[in-house]
Design a protein around this ligand. Sequence first.
Ligand code: MEV
Length: 445
Amino acid sequence: MIPYLCTMKKHPQQVDGFSKWSKEEKIDWLAHQCFSSPTEAKALLTSYWHSDAKLQQLHDEFIENAVTNFYLPLGLAPNFVINGKNYVLPMVTEESSVVAAASHAAKFWAQRGGFHAEVIGTQKVGQVHFMYKGSAKKLEHFFNKIHPLLLADTDRITEKMKKRGGGITDISLVDKTADLPNYHQLHVCFETADAMGANFINSCLEQMAETFKREAQTFEAFDKSEKKIDVVMSILSNHVPNCRVRASVSCAIESLGSAGDALARRFVDAVRIAQVAPHRAVTHNKGIMNGIDAVAIATGNDFRAIEAGAHAYAAKSGAYSSLSEAWIKDDCFGFALELPLAVGTVGGLTQLHPLVRWSHELLGNPDVRTLMQIMAVAGLAQNFAAVRSLVTTGIQQGHMKMHLQNILNQLGANMEEKIALTEQFKTQTVSYAAVEQALQSWRKA
Ligand code: MEV
């Protein structure tokens, strides 16, 4: 059994200037503050340091107060055919069945024409939220007058982006006073080329807020109180319904196998249930995100932003619903997923993290539109695998099979025992209790 090295001894003291301490000082302090065996606690952290000091420093500098690396496996899902091209997807996840499920679905659909994917839009959004007590008409005049200046003042920020085909595509003034007294927005649309663009968008918005406040001071039609525009915040929105991608598959029902008819009908029913039942929809969409997040992490993308945007989109009708749809038409089975994906293939971690760079190369250094398609397909494949299991064998059979190695590790099985029990459980249902008992019997024998 893996020894549980570090049991909590007591709560740590409050500390000042922690971020200024050296990594060694932080680890030493922490080990003595929180762990019953400081030596073992320190040894565990340092054992995860990279032997290449430069590479370790690179990782340390990603975040504040880094003390070690936290490993997650990077797995490969081969045999994806997307718009006629072959891909091996890099997937970072801790969930044992995710990569296997993606691989199975990829192979299944490769034999049926592969996945199709198309980008519907790439528009990003940001807002300057401000309070203004005064005439809405005057505010509109003011906005129309300074509109060109709002753009001109961001020129130094947008110059490079414009060369790459991006920039600010629209600014509008939105009156939100019906929702909150005095509340208005500058709603700004962006194209960010191959970048996710968060820093670019936020810099543009902050500059616009400055221009807006500054110009209000000298706008003649405003009275004294109207000149005091109070900018509350300027920030991009992760709700990006117009930065959207669609992935789909379809095949003749007879090519689904001997029970193809029943499978297709149950599958469509399962997706319809997720469309109308929010409790089911959340889990259904979680299955989709199993695939998307895994590729997002491998490619250095912000999976929290992706998750937030996806779930907001899933609730666009006012009720939380499935992101995917399935249908039967003219003896064909069809299955599709549509969701917003604001991702990047340049900037952020993409050039910095060696494994992220590696993952991009594995995918053929895709541009942002291609990466959106790949990620949507990863989500659709994962959803297909989960729903197919749910409506046929049930999810646990596959899940527990993939979880077997984790159970064996938890029980401290050695290599010989692992080989024997893996063989035995090829034909037996996996559960923690069953594996524990089988291991005991094996050891006795
Ligand atoms: C588990 O991580 C994901 C599933 O629950 C998804 C689903 O129920 O569709 C299997």
